[in-house]
Design a protein around this ligand. Structure first.
Ligand code: 2RA
Length: 340
């Protein structure tokens, strides 16, 4: 006997990837339903070699469904999360709404799978922000070996992190640059994104940080270790899919770059591509559609006693969102909601 699985927000970039990944990983589902908001109602989405017609999220009865993967944003999650949870369906939510709630586990299965034990308090599990997920996958094995004290991270985040509107804006602006009669100004982003970079993702906070930067700090602490200090600068770049991160790490104990490479090579979810030659590293274009978090450019930072630099790239729609959510569902199935 398998699970009855709901995918809410099934017509969006992340929802579609959730359905793809459920099928690719042969998640043991007896039944899958795709839900959408009224405006995309009736549209069709792929689930493996099947086509599902979307149903109305607003009127859906979650009773009798085991797991719901939510890719519907915070506002809708606020309305439908408690409704699904109350009906006995465990919600795995991709929005930021529940991430910082003490009674809701925030999980990256390679890092803190044990946190799944706490899911029943609210029947809700939070999926982290894309930029945090790939970073903590890479940090975890290094932290286990040498205790990380401080992390300085700069991100290079693709436009798909801002949804379909972000993808369209990069595409339209890029085309318009080659056509002198047309002009596409900024709309989703605050400045031109084509052939440019923008050091601003999400809203500004009083501290001067952006919310995206704050999320990387707060989520790393909740998932990995509250003692780790993190400072982040998050930047939007004209890349369609794939977030990249340059990460500087200071550890309590000395960790040699060769040992760090060996540790990362055998760690879950990680693929090391680190040859010190032209092209011997991964760029975002190469990670699209992949499950792995890629680590390259592993090297000592000789300006401090115990320092390392690494370059981390991953598909933000997969490990940064849909894949991690499906991995949480697998964890839930294996440890908590056993069937069959
Ligand atoms: C972004 N972190 O890239 C967001 C998406 N969750 O904009």
């Amino acid at each position: 006997m398998g699970y009855r699985v709901v995918v809410a927000g099934a017509t969006g970039n992340v929802g579609r990837e959730m359905l793809n990944i459920l099928a690719e990983r042969q998640f043991p589902a007896d039944e899958v339903v795709a839900l959408a908001s009224r405006k995309s109602l009736g549209s069709e989405v792929s689930y493996g070699d099947r086509t599902l017609k979307t149903k109305d999220l607003a009127t859906f009865d979650f009773t009798g469904w085991d797991i719901a993967l939510f890719a519907i944003g915070s506002e809708a999650a606020k309305e439908y999360g408690p409704k699904a949870a109350k009906a006995g369906c465990v919600v795995i939510d991709n929005s930021s709404l529940y991430r910082y709630d003490r009674d809701v586990p925030l999980i990256v299965p390679e890092v803190n799978p044990e946190a799944i034990e706490g899911y029943a308090k609210r029947n809700i599990i939070a999926n982290p922000n894309c930029s945090t997920a790939q970073m903590v996958v890479a940090l975890k094995p290094l932290h286990d070996r040498a205790r990380i004290k401080r992390v300085v991270v700069s991100t290079y985040q693709s436009v798909s992190g801002a949804g379909k509107a972000g993808i369209d804006e990069l595409w339209d602006q890029t085309k318009a640059i080659y056509n002198p009669t047309s002009h596409v100004g900024p709309s989703k982003f605050t400045k031109q994104i084509a052939f440019n970079v923008i050091p601003h993702i999400d809203v500004f906070l009083d501290s001067g940080e952006t919310k995206e930067e704050w999320k990387m700090v707060a989520e790393t602490k909740k998932i990995l270790d509250t003692k780790i200090k993190v400072t982040a600068t998050c930047v939007r770049v004209p890349v369609f899919v794939g977030h990249s991160e340059a990460i500087n790490i200071e550890t309590e104990e000395f960790l040699d770059e060769d040992e760090a490479r060996d540790i990362l090579r055998v760690s879950p979810g990680i693929l090391v591509v680190d040859k010190r030659e032209d092209g011997g590293y991964v760029t975002p274009i190469e990670c699209v559609g992949d499950f792995a978090t890629f680590v390259s450019r592993i090297r000592q930072d000789s300006t401090i006693d115990n320092g390392l630099n690494i370059w981390v790239v991953s598909d933000n729609l997969r490990k940064g969102a849909a894949l991690n959510a499906v991995q949480i569902a697998e964890l839930l199935g294996n440890r908590m909601l056993k069937k069959g």
